[in-house]
Design a protein. Structure first.
Lengths: 488, 336
């Protein structure tokens, strides 16, 4: 074999070595390493790679020891999330399924208000309002408030046209100033709402006829402070990204959220396709108007205040998912920043709340830490590589856990076995084959989330910027133009 | 040399192995065989209820314009014993009272009153007037009468059973879902209209927030006291005889509602619930476990219909529910 070929082979092994480490220790051990020590290796969860077995290893320096323990810390965290997600998946497949409010189909239905936050939503707002007007809910107990937050397109005109066409049913709220963002807008509109049950649908959501009753029923339970329904992408077939996002949503709702409901843990209020008990939210401080994720904030506040979030998996609603990667990246960065801010504010509240059971506290903390796992995971990979090139080999099993469990860990996008399980529960067997391509989404989200989390943790953060998610639907439904049913 | 070849081959083998799952993924990506959005079912578990409404609508249209629907058959009662599964429409009244064990193999629409015999078996039955089913009747999918519906003892009612006015189910029956403006079990005596007595106030020790008191642990409300506001108890809850709660109630543990007690709101539990004789719940009553309704218990009001749901329900004679009584696993009307 020529020298260049041998060199190439060696470089290939060097490049892949961190990943092959666990699987092929013999190859890894053939890589040259630091000179061997004369003294015996102290007991510890590491070994030093020796080029010649006759030489003994040097005791690791404090820095090296610290790096190794940091790596084991990462592996431990990864393992915790992996076990959590396996638990959720197994529960969904074999456990008792809780739908405590699904049978409440006859009630003296409470008066409710449906808020539709809009910011430049002329493409979608008409469809959403029409769907709500068709809802099976007593008209005298249903108030629709399209919340126009400083729109500069035709959103205002569309809303006003609907209000004129359905007098008494639609009460527009036009916001022209104040803090930007959905949380601040909700805070303003909430002051004028009189009903205790407030449902929220983002403008791109298209609720079915029964959905309002399904979401209102859980509020009969005096322990419920918020209700969350299931989000179902309607533009699944647009491109690869939408197909991957549909699978991700499936895993996140069909498996993750429902399992948390089953296990009496902490389902999360997601800010849309759901509702809030106004009196409960007011009692815990109202909407946080300086948050990018008012839903996570509300979830944490309600939990710490002794209220529960109910998840209704059968309360499904169509939404539009991003169709381009930049839009998706901006969306997930906003979520990650807002979620991290909520974690910084509420970790101690959740951990110390006397109203929560031990399992709820643990799950609440893991939920708050979900986005932070992205940079932690990246740090683990970097640590493993650095330690390898320093010639320090941690226990192979730990590295195997890191390698295998990495993808099973980060829960802001559902892990692969949750996605597969969710697709199976939905009866979508063929799309499970796309799962390996989700690696792409995983890497993109990992990097975007890590960057966002680190930005949020950085002492100088600058002004919060609300990135509105771009819509891709064709402009529809001005009342005087078109009142056709949406194509679903 | 051998080491070098191995070192070069191993990454190639590993990469090839890792690439294997991408083959079906790329094939599905190109073929786009499974790209439709998840179909959202608006009525979820109520498909059979929807089916009863659909048959009623179709049959009425069919009777107005005979021959308008090829899927329906216009027949007289005596010819019902065939094995054809196409729905049958009877234009007038029907009676199987003179025979026993009539087996109707297809969904049946009766435009007039219907009288069943003992031991009859139906796939599904729609009566556009009143209906009375004999003892030991079995209904597989659903049963509906536009007016009153009476089901005699020891019958089995699968799916949804509903009536436009009063649905009476005798003792010894098994059911899944009963729905009517008034569902009554057996032949209990209707209670007089409720009065709101003047009772001493009882204030449970707990955290008060947004008009709701949260109590950690068990709680017993003494008899003939009143509690104002919603109440959440993380343990077991016992509401004393004649007591009244003016608000919604939830307990993580068991709930016992003693005789004559009233909840003027909704009642939720995560464990078993016993509602003793003549107790009253004016809102919904739901538990994730077992529910026993004692004699003359009332749920809902004529002006505020409501739902009762549990995995297993045992309802004694005299129970009156304004709305829906839904047993997710099994419902039984007690024999006494």
């Amino acid at each position: 074999m020529s020298l260049s070929l041998r060199l190439l082979a060696r470089r290939a092994v060097l490049a892949l070595a961190p990943f092959l480490w666990a699987a092929a220790p013999a190859v890894a051990q053939s890589v040259p390493a630091r000179p061997a020590p004369a003294s015996p290796v102290p007991a510890g969860p590491w070994s030093v790679v020796a080029a010649e077995p006759a030489r003994a290893a040097l005791p690791p320096a404090p820095l090296e020891r610290g790096l190794v323990w940091a790596l084991y810390g990462v592996v431990g965290l990864v393992l915790v999330y992996t076990v959590r997600h396996y638990g959720f998946t197994l529960n969904r497949l074999f456990g008792h399924q809780r739908h405590p409010y699904a049978a409440l189909d006859t009630l003296d239905w409470p008066a409710i208000t449906v808020v539709i936050p809009c910011h430049n939503e002329e493409q979608v707002v008409g469809t959403g309002i029409e769907a709500l007007l068709r809802a099976d809910y007593p008209a005298d107990r249903l108030t629709l408030i399209p919340l126009n937050d400083r729109s500069s397109d035709g959103t205002r005109e569309i809303i006003d046209a609907y209000a004129a066409r359905y007098p008494g049913r639609i009460h527009p709220f036009h916001r022209t100033g104040g803090k930007p963002g959905k949380a601040a807008a909700l805070g303003e509109v909430m002051a004028g709402i009189t009903t205790d049950v407030v449902l929220v649908f983002d403008a791109d959501y298209v609720p079915g006829r029964d959905l309002l009753k399904q979401l209102a029923a859980p509020f009969c339970d005096p322990e419920v402070g918020a209700v969350m329904g299931r989000v179902v992408p309607m533009n699944t077939g647009s491109n690869l990204l939408t197909r991957l996002l549909e699978m991700e949503r499936t895993g996140g709702y069909q498996v993750d959220q429902q399992a948390r409901m089953n296990l009496r843990l902490v389902p999360q209020y997601g800010g849309t396709v759901g509702g809030i008990r106004r009196s409960a939210l007011n009692a815990v401080g109202g909407w946080a108007d300086d948050s990018l994720t008012e839903d996570t904030e509300a979830t944490c506040r309600l939990l710490a205040g002794g209220w529960k979030v109910a998840y209704a998996n059968r309360s499904e609603c169509y939404e539009e998912v991003p169709e381009t990667w930049p839009v998706r990246i901006r969306q997930i960065r906003r979520w990650a920043r807002g979620h991290t801010a909520a974690a910084l504010r509420h970790t101690f509240h959740v951990a110390g709340s006397r109203h929560l059971s031990a399992r709820e506290r643990i799950d609440g903390l893991l939920l708050l830490g979900v986005y932070a796992m992205s940079p932690v995971l990246l740090a683990g990979w970097i640590l493993a590589a650095v330690l390898f090139y320093m010639g320090i080999v941690p226990i192979h099993g730990a590295l195997a856990i890191l390698a295998v469990a990495s993808y099973n860990t980060v829960g802001n996008f559902a892990v692969f076995f949750e996605i597969a399980t969710g697709a199976r529960l939905d009866g979508h067997y063929r799309r499970i084959r796309l799962l390996p391509l989700n690696l792409l989404g995983f890497i993109v989200s990992l990097v975007a989330t890590s960057r966002a989390v680190l930005t949020e943790l950085w002492p100088i953060r600058g002004e919060l910027v609300w990135d509105k998610t771009e819509r891709f639907r064709r402009p529809t439904a001005r009342p005087e133009v078109a009142l056709a049913r949406p194509t679903l | 040399m051998t080491t070098a070849i191995l070192a070069a081959a191993l990454p190639a083998v590993v990469l090839a192995w890792a690439a294997l799952p991408f083959l079906p993924a790329l094939a599905e990506f190109r073929a786009r065989r499974d790209v439709a959005p998840l179909r959202i079912r608006e009525h979820d578990r109520d498909d059979r209820r929807a089916a009863s409404g659909a048959l009623g609508t179709d049959a009425r249209r069919f009777l107005r314009t005979p021959g308008s629907d090829d899927a329906l058959r216009l027949l007289d009662a005596p010819t019902l014993l065939d094995g054809d599964a196409a729905p049958v429409v009877i234009p007038g009244a029907a009676s199987f009272a003179d025979t026993e064990g009539t087996h109707v193999a297809a969904p049946l629409y009766v435009h007039g009153p219907h009288q069943g015999g003992a031991g009859d078996h139906y796939v599904a039955l729609y009566s556009a007037a009143s209906a009375r089913l004999g003892p030991g009747t079995t209904v597989r999918d659903w049963l509906h009468a536009d007016a009153d519906l009476t089901v005699e003892a020891d019958s089995r009612l699968g799916g949804s059973t509903s009536a436009g006015r009063v649905l009476t189910v005798a003792s010894g029956c098994r059911f899944e879902r009963l729905h009517a403006p008034l569902v009554q079990i057996g032949s209990g005596t209707p209670l007089p209209p409720p009065t709101v007595p003047s009772l001493p106030l009882y204030t449970p020790a707990g955290t008060l927030s947004a008009g709701r008191t949260l109590v950690h642990g068990d709680l017993t409300i003494p008899p003939r006291h009143v509690v104002r506001g919603a109440l959440v108890v993380t343990g077991a809850l016992r509401i004393g005889a004649g007591a009244r709660i003016e608000g919604d109630v939830k307990a993580h543990g068991t709930i016992v509602l003693e005789s004559g007690a009233t909840v003027a709101g909704h009642l939720f539990a995560e464990s078993d619930v016993w509602v003793e004789a003549a107790a009253r719940v004016e809102g919904a009553l739901a538990t994730e476990a077992r529910l026993e309704l004692g004699p003359n218990v009332t749920v809902g009001t004529p002006t505020s219909p409501s739902s009762v749901s549990a995995r297993r329900i045992v309802a004694a004679a005299g129970v009156r529910v304004h709305g829906t009584l839904w047993a997710l696993d099994e419902g039984i009307t007690a024999s006494r």
